[in-house]
Write a protein that binds this ligand. Structure first.
Ligand code: FAD
Length: 408
């Protein structure tokens, strides 16, 4: 192959992450080429049609809590007109005592106003959202079909080039440009700047330029259940989303009177097979009982009619990896979105675009990106000496695994 096409900016990966970034670059007036191994957008983990979004309010590092608040607001600004804003209730953990004042103060300390998150006792929760448990009501919580969202983001645009059925096997630097090579070592494209949004495959692509990233797969299965119209579960089915140990969407009544209800998800660390499993459905039935505090509910009455199975990409410290790869100028990473594809892709679109276009820090700060948050997401956090001596990073790509608390 001779004279590969040149693009100023190439995004590899057309899942929700790459699609959102490409769209943001287009909105900022740039021309973008997006490349994907598949024949259309969102065929991998982003084929998910039932994903939820809300700021994280549970346990986690203070940075995770601040980041999810910013990311939620960015996601709401991007998809608020199209997503399904049913609200999400987060029940108090079974082993926790609920103190309304304490929880309200905690939410305030996270910068969450009452119109985003409000502490409710069981009686108030029953009245507000029909869930008779104490907890936090996230009235702006929503769900999004991320398959549709990705496809919408990549609809025809005069400055958008899409290259489908094109797997990038390797990256190489030559004459101040990046070469994208296929399996046969032929150059597919050249680019000045490359955004890598290929989830787990980012590991091998980065391996091709001597960068080791601590990424691992986490398989997940969400179950779609059917519930007969006259069964005892019907009294319990939620009309809002519920998020706790697992999550569920509001149950929908179908024309024949039965209900359809999405409940997920299994969290199978280190696994990456996409086959459907009965054991994951059984796990989701248990999660359903837990979410609705309905331990006596008959799991067999939740009849499986479908599922979604995907493989999340998760980093060693459970935060996404978003930012310029300072060791390899011109390369930007947006991966390890874990279970928060909606939030992190909205955030990645702003942060990566700002970095690709070289926005000044004041602009980033206006979006809420304090320097410590940018550093917490940066690929450089995995490399020894990263914080002490950023200039000395070029030769050091040995990964370190920070022992931060796990995000959900
Ligand atoms: C069961 C389950 C439940 C979930 N629930 C939620 C939820 O409620 N809320 C939420 O926000 N998120 C949820 N998620 C997470 C969300 O689905 C993911 O975080 C998100 O889809 C990841 O998007 P991505 O673009 O990073 O990766 P992907 O969607 O995997 O996209 C990567 C793309 O890169 C392409 N690609 C890979 N390698 C190459 C290569 N070498 N060359 C060219 N192209 C390549 C692939 O074809 C693919 O299109 C859930 C995930 C699972 C599995």
């Amino acid at each position: 192959m001779t004279n590969p096409q040149h693009h100023e900016i190439v995004v590899i990966g057309a899942g929700i992450c790459g699609s959102t970034i490409a769209n943001e670059l287009l909105l900022r007036g740039k021309a973008v080429c997006i490349v994907d191994a598949a024949s259309s957008p969102a065929t991998a983990c982003s084929s998910h049609a039932y994903a939820i979004a809300h700021p994280h309010i549970g346990k986690g590092s203070p940075r995770l809590l601040r980041l999810t608040r910013i990311a939620f607001l960015l996601a709401e600004a991007r998809w608020g007109n199209t997503w399904n804003k049913h609200g999400i209730f987060q029940p108090t953990k079974k082993d926790k005592h609920f103190d309304q004042v304490e929880v309200a103060n905690y939410l305030k300390s996270l910068g969450l106003d009452e119109d985003i998150a409000i502490a409710l006792d069981a009686q108030a929760a029953e009245k507000t959202c029909g869930i008779g448990q104490s907890g936090v009501w996230l009235s702006r919580g929503a769900s999004l079909n991320i398959f549709e969202a990705s496809n919408t983001l990549l609809k025809e645009h005069v400055h958008l080039t899409c290259l489908w059925n094109t797997r990038v096997a390797k990256l190489e630097q030559a004459n101040g440009q990046w070469l994208l090579l296929n399996q046969a070592n032929e150059a597919i494209l050249t680019a000045d700047q490359v955004v890598v949004a290929t989830a787990m495959d980012t590991k091998s692509l980065m391996g091709s330029i001597g960068i080791r990233l601590p990424l691992k797969p986490v398989r997940g299965q969400l179950s779609i259940f059917s519930i007969k119209k006259d069964g005892p579960w019907v009294q319990k089915l939620p009309s809002v989303g519920v998020s706790g140990d697992g999550y569920c969407l509001p149950a929908q009544q179908l024309e024949d009177g039965s209900y359809r209800w999405m409940v997920g998800s299994s969290f199978d660390e280190g696994e990456d097979d996409l086959g459907s499993r009965d054991s994951s459905d059984a796990f989701n039935r248990e999660q359903a009982q837990g979410l609705l505090a309905y331990s006596e509910g008959d799991p067999a009455a939740l009849i499986k009619v479908g599922d979604f199975v995907g493989v999340r990409c998760v980093a060693g410290d459970r935060l996404p990896i978003i930012g310029a790869l300072t060791q390899r100028p011109g390369i930007f990473l947006a991966t390890a979105l874990g279970s928060r594809g909606i939030l992190w892709s909205a955030l990645a679109a702003k942060l990566i675009t700002a970095q690709v276009l070289g926005d000044d820090f004041a602009l980033l700060a206006r979006l809420g990106f304090a320097a410590d948050l940018v550093a917490a997401l940066a690929p450089a956090r995995f490399f020894a000496g990263a914080l002490a001596a950023p200039a000395a990073l070029a030769s050091n790509s040995k990964p370190i695994f920070p022992s931060a608390p796990k995000a959900k």
